[in-house]
Unconditional design. Structure first.
Length: 164
């Protein structure tokens, strides 16, 4: 197993430059064998639900496992999940304030995956049971590409009063 600092440095500095170098030759620049196919489909509006979240009645949806004990509904986005939850008389709270994570790397699913994992790591102390990806912003500074991922906490519960 590699040293964690060496792996982090590789992900932050070497992988983005290799991706930029390989792109003109039409090669797919995927250097991580641990790619999660669910995280490869995350985009703005995607909802992540914490495993073990209490859901109303017979409300069930097909979900694929994600990182750190979270799952992603395969067929529902934020609006669709909100409609289904409200149809059962439950509430799907949208909480003000966003969580941001900035990761180095060119625009792509690998960079987005690292940003979502960083947000989920920062939210371990929060008692909310879902998360909505609000915005993905790829940018460059002095030729170095980076991406900022913004997300909002959401909470599913039966009561009309917020009880995290």
């Amino acid at each position: 197993m590699d040293h964690p600092v060496r792996t982090l440095l590789f992900e932050l500095f070497v992988v983005p430059w290799l991706q930029l170098l390989l792109r003109p030759f039409g090669r797919k620049a995927s250097f991580h064998p641990r790619n999660n196919p669910v995280l490869d489909t995350i985009k703005t509006g995607t909802i992540l639900v914490k495993k073990g979240t209490l859901l109303p009645g017979a409300l069930r949806f097909e979900a694929a496992p994600c990182a750190f004990g979270w799952s992603v509904p395969k067929t529902l986005d934020a609006w669709g999940l909100d409609r289904k939850i409200r149809a059962w008389g439950w509430n799907f709270f949208y909480l003000a304030g966003e969580t941001k994570a900035t990761v180095f790397g060119s625009e792509g699913q690998e960079t987005l995956r690292r940003g979502v994992k960083r947000i989920l790591t920062n939210l371990k102390s929060c008692k909310f049971n879902s998360l909505q990806i609000a915005r993905v912003t790829p940018r460059h500074f002095l030729g170095v590409p980076y991406t900022t991922v913004c997300a909002h906490s959401r909470h599913i519960q039966g009561s009309a009063f917020l009880n995290p």
